[in-house]
Ligand binder design. Structure first.
Ligand code: UTP
Length: 226
């Protein structure tokens, strides 16, 4: 038996404009291959733009933040279903609790879940699952290659960091307002869990290569030290 992998998939993978079915299929194929090789895979789907659009409309209607979070969770669960459709033999339902995920993980079928509880992001969900199942690695597959020294869209000299400590990353993300729909690259809850569980965490590009390399322990993206 190989390692246990928790992979958070950027919500943008599932956006109709960007994430055409071909991209979802490619990611599913990479996950399937890892599973066939003996890795235990738990994938967590993000909510992406669609979640943020629902949250925006709900907020304009005066809804409370935790109900808005719940809408984000529901969208991430729909995205999880899309990935389940693209996989062969994955667990057919979207688990809705940490305990359920841990129980099903023992079956070694690929599990796809979404958000679990208001107040944090699917990154926090992924870190909690990684802690619970004692995963070998938590791969955060995002829209970017990893963590940069500065915003690469604004600063041409920005460099991709091979490693970053949780402390430094926390400082970088501290200014985050922590509202529904805005729990960026990593939220503070996710960072806390990474720190206490010491789970090996890698931020990579959401691509078959990024995920496969990260799962196999290759130096790709940015390693977050707990
Ligand atoms: P995500 O936080 O996972 O999506 O869920 P994101 O920030 O758009 O990340 P990407 O797209 O994968 O990069 C969307 C929203 O759903 C709520 C939060 O409001 C979050 O911002 N959510 C999600 C929760 O409240 N709890 C969860 O467990 C998951």
């Amino acid at each position: 038996m190989k390692g246990k992998i928790v992979v958070k998939l950027s919500g943008s993978l599932f956006e109709p404009a960007k994430g055409e079915p071909a991209r979802i299929k490619k990611i599913a194929k990479a996950l399937q291959k890892l599973s066939d090789e003996g890795y235990t895979i738990v994938a967590v789907a993000g909510g992406g733009k669609v979640a943020r659009q629902y949250i925006e409309v709900g907020r304009a209607l005066g809804t409370d933040e935790s109900s808005l979070d719940q809408m984000g969770i529901e969208v991430s669960r729909l995205n999880a279903r899309l990935l389940i459709f693209a996989l062969k033999g994955a667990y057919p339902d979207v688990p809705i609790s940490l305990e359920e995920v841990a129980k099903i993980a023992e079956s070694r079928r690929i599990i796809v879940t979404g958000g679990l509880h208001p107040g944090h992001s699917t990154n926090a969900v992924s870190a909690l699952i990684a802690e619970k199942i004692r995963a070998d690695v938590f791969i955060n597959a995002t829209d970017v290659d990893g963590v940069y020294s500065a915003d690469p869209r604004k600063d041409k000299k920005a460099k991709l960091l091979k490693e970053i400590s949780v402390k430094k990353l926390t400082e970088m993300l501290m200014s985050d307002p922590m509202q529904a729909g805005t729990y960026d690259l990593m939220d503070l809850v996710a960072l806390k869990i990474i720190q206490r569980s010491k789970v090996k965490t890698r931020i990579v590009k959401c691509s078959p290569e990024g995920i496969t390399s990260g799962a196999k322990g290759k130096s790709v993206g940015t390693l977050v030290r707990g």
